[in-house]
Design a protein around this ligand. Sequence first.
Ligand code: BG6
Ligand code: MG
Length: 227
Amino acid sequence: MYKPIKACLFDLDGVLVDTAKYHFIAWKRLAESLGIEFTEHDNEQLKGVSRVESLEYILRKGKVQLSQAEKIDLMDTKNTWYLELVATMHPDDLLPNVWKFLSELKSNGVKIGLGSSSKNAQIILDKTNITPFFDTVVDGRHVTFSKPHPEVFVKGAAQLNVQPHETIVFEDAASGIEAALAGGFYTIGLGDANILRAAHLVIPSLQHLNYTQLLTLPFLENSNSKA
Ligand code: BG6
Ligand code: MG
């Protein structure tokens, strides 16, 4: 017997769209403008993490101390550069299989929610034409605590009226997997198994999953559950 899944909660950046690369470009540009080196490794630490905590990480790395007003200016600058990159996005920028997978969930009555740390999430959902798939959107504008705190997913499940143990969270960030596990959710990591090893399952991308497979995932067998 497999546990029935009533809902799926998706992270946005790096799961549905490849915007992680735009965050990287914009943070690198900002860090280097301050004389601070910013590597792929640094970027990995910032995945899933809020804008303000990302800036604090970079300033800590560079041992730079700034006033609150200066920090706000820098976050605005980074976001302007990020939005310049996002401005060119369109439905073709969805990662492979995303449209098909969301369609399959929708037509089989599985509820769909977004659980993103980004305050820009709605713009990206609109630009890629996937807003109508979502029964709820919880993003950086609606939460007090950033991942790895479970708030964003707990809120999403509550708004969908489902329990965490009936819900799978899809994440590309270690902080996101940690957040979902802390909330008692099933988790599928998308990306590198070394980075996402805490997840119930890790696959390279949503290209490797369809609705039929979702119903019979090994971790949904009653005897074998972390959730
Ligand atoms: C997350 C990204 O989805 O959103 C992080 O993984 C990003 O890299 C965070 O910092 C906040 O995004 P934004 O768009 O509000 O600056
Ligand atoms: Mg992400």
